[in-house]
Write a protein that binds this ligand. Structure first.
Ligand code: IMO
Ligand code: MG
Length: 445
C-alpha cells in the first residue's frame, strides 16, 4: 500500500499546492491524476513564488519524483514553458519529472472550441478557464483524442490530427476564431517538435508507479480542482470535465483502490468559487470583498476575482463522504483573523424545509438559503502560527466546531502562504501516515 491522496474539498483553489509541497518531504513520489493547465498552484519558498499549472507541486523538493498521470491533459507549449521556467530557477526538472505516454494532449482546436462555446452562451456560462481542457476530455471520451505517445509518431501524427480537427472544429455551429484553427499540417510540425522536447520526460507512468509501490515507495497523489468541480459528484454542469475526487487517483494513475492508505482533504477556512454555478454561502457584498482582499482571492490561472463566502459545512461533509477524508487540512486560516463574527453554514433552507444534505439539482441548490451558526471572531493575528497552542482560544474553538460539523479530524492548519506557517498536529493522522523521514529529501530511488 502507501498511496495517499490530497484532494480539493470545495470548488478548487483550496491551497492544495502548499499542502502537497509541505507533505512532499515525507514521500518519494508526487503524482497528478487529473486536470491540466486549468489548475493553478502557487507555492512560496522563501521570497520566491512559483505558479505551477501542469507540474505537481512536489517538484520543488530535490529527490522527489513527480508524475503527470494518464488522467491529466497537457498543453505541450505551456508545459514546456513551465519546465523551462523551473529549470531557470535552478529546479531539477529533468531528473524529477515523468509524463504519462497515455495522457491526452490539448490542441488549438480544443481551445477554440472552449472559447467559442463560452462566448455563444449568454447567461449560464460555465465560466471555464478557456484553455481547452473540457474539449480535450471530450476528444478522449469520443475516442479521437491525441495522446502524449502520439507526439513521437512522425508517420501517423498528421492523420490523427486531421481526424481530431474534423471532430473538434464544429463547436455547436459556432466557427472557431482563426487563431485557434490553424492547418493540421502546421500543427503536426509544431507538435512533433514539442514531442521531441518532451521525449526525455515521457514514460509508462502506471508501470513506474506500481513498480515503485511494490518496492515500498510512498506516493502522494495530487488532486487538481475540487470535489464540487468533479464531473460526476460536483455541481454539474458547472464543473470541470474530469474526476477530481479521490477516486480519480485510481483511474488517473493506473493504481488499484487497494493501493491507498488514506485521503487528506484540503478545505479553506471559508469558501471561494471561480466561474458560474450555485454557491449558497456566497457574499456578493462588502464582506465578500474583504475576504477577497485578505485572502488575495484572484485566480492564479486566469487572474479572475474569485467569488467569496463563508464556510459551508454541507459541502465539506459531502466531500468527506465522497472521498472518505480522514484528515482535513484547513487553509488560509489567518484570512479570518480580522472578522468580528464568523458565520458557518450548518444547513440550508429550501421552500420552508431544512436541508441537511447537498442536493444534486443545481436549480434546487441555487434556491437554497444557508442557515448560519455565528461564531465569534478571535480578532488577533494567527499568521505564522506553528502550534495549535499558539492560536487564541476562539480560533481553536472555530477549528473544533468545524471538526464536529464535518465529522473529520483537522490535522493541518495553514496560517500563512509560507512553508513554515503551518500547524501539523502531532497527535493527528499525518504523523502516523507520513512520518517525517530521518534522511529527509533523500528517499530511495
Ligand atoms: P485548482 O487546481 C478553481 C473551474 C473553472 C470553471 C470550471 C470549468 O487551481 O484548484 P474548465 O476550464 O476546467 O473546463 O472550467 O472549473 N476550475 C477551477 N476553479 N480552481 C481550479 O483548479 C479550477 N480548474 C477549473 O473556473 O468554473
Ligand atoms: Mg485554481
Amino acid at each position: 500500500m502507501s498511496g495517499y491522496v490530497v484532494v480539493g474539498s470545495q470548488w478548487g483553489d483550496e491551497g492544495k499546492g502548499k499542502i502537497v509541497d509541505l507533505l512532499t518531504e515525507r514521500v518519494d513520489i508526487v503524482a497528478r491524476y487529473g486536470g491540466g493547465p486549468n489548475a493553478g498552484h502557487t507555492i512560496c519558498v522563501g521570497d520566491r513564488r512559483f505558479a505551477l499549472h501542469h507540474i505537481p507541486s512536489g517538484i520543488l523538493r530535490e529527490n522527489v519524483l513527480c508524475v503527470i498521470g494518464n488522467g491529466a491533459v497537457v498543453e505541450p507549449g505551456s508545459l514546456i514553458k513551465e519546465i523551462d521556467d523551473l529549470r531557470e530557477a535552478g529546479v531539477r526538472v529533468e531528473e524529477n519529472l515523468r509524463i504519462s505516454d497515455r495522457a491526452h494532449v490539448i490542441l488549438p482546436y480544443h481551445r477554440g472550441r472552449d472559447i467559442a462555446r463560452e462566448e455563444a452562451v449568454g447567461d449560464g456560462k460555465i465560466g471555464t478557464t478557456r484553455l481547452g481542457v473540457g474539449p480535450a476530455y471530450e476528444s478522449k471520451a469520443g475516442r479521437y483524442g491525441l495522446r502524449v505517445a502520439d507526439l513521437r509518431d512522425a508517420a501517423g501524427l498528421r492523420a490523427k490530427i486531421d481526424a481530431l480537427a474534423l471532430q473538434t472544429r464544429d463547436a455547436g455551429g459556432v466557427r472557431l476564431a482563426p487563431e485557434w484553427d490553424p492547418s493540421p499540417e502546421a500543427i503536426a510540425g509544431r507538435y512533433l517538435e514539442w514531442g521531441a522536447r518532451l521525449t526525455p520526460f515521457i514514460a509508462d507512468t502506471s508501470r513506474l508507479l506500481n513498480e515503485r509501490l511494490d518496492h515500498g515507495a510512498v506516493v502522494l497523489c495530487e488532486g487538481a480542482q475540487g470535489t464540487m468541480l468533479d464531473l460526476d459528484h460536483g455541481t454539474y454542469p458547472y464543473v470541470t470535465s474530469s474526476s477530481s475526487t479521490a477516486g480519480g487517483a485510481c483511474t488517473g494513475l493506473g493504481l488499484s483502490p487497494i493501493r491507498f492508505d488514506g485521503v487528506i482533504g484540503v478545505l479553506k477556512a471559508y469558501s471561494t468559487r471561480v466561474g458560474g454555478g450555485p454557491f449558497p454561502t456566497e457574499q456578493d457584498n462588502e464582506t465578500g470583498r474583504r475576504i477577497r482582499e485578505r485572502g488575495r482571492e484572484f485566480g492564479s490561472t486566469t487572474g479572475r476575482p474569485r467569488r467569496c463566502g463563508w464556510f459551508d459545512a454541507l459541502v465539506a461533509r459531502y466531500s468527506v463522504m465522497i472521498n472518505q477524508i480522514e484528515c482535513a487540512a484547513l487553509t488560509l486560516f489567518d484570512v479570518l483573523d480580522d472578522f468580528d463574527e464568523i458565520p458557518v453554514c450548518v444547513a440550508y433552507e429550501h421552500q420552508g424545509r431544512r436541508v441537511e444534505f447537498l442536493p444534486a439539482d443545481p436549480v434546487v441548490l441555487d434556491a437554497c438559503r444557508p442557515v448560519y451558526e455565528v461564531l465569534p471572531g478571535w480578532k488577533s493575528v494567527t499568521a505564522g502560527a506553528r502550534r495549535l497552542e499558539e492560536l487564541p482560544g476562539r480560533a481553536r474553538d472555530y477549528v473544533r466546531r468545524l471538526e464536529t460539523l464535518i465529522g473529520c479530524e483537522i490535522g493541518i492548519i495553514s496560517t500563512s502562504p509560507q512553508r513554515d506557517g503551518t500547524i501539523v498536529r502531532p497527535e493527528g493522522r499525518i504523523e502516523r501516515w507520513l512520518p517525517v523521514r530521518q534522511s529527509a529529501g533523500a528517499p530511495s530511488r
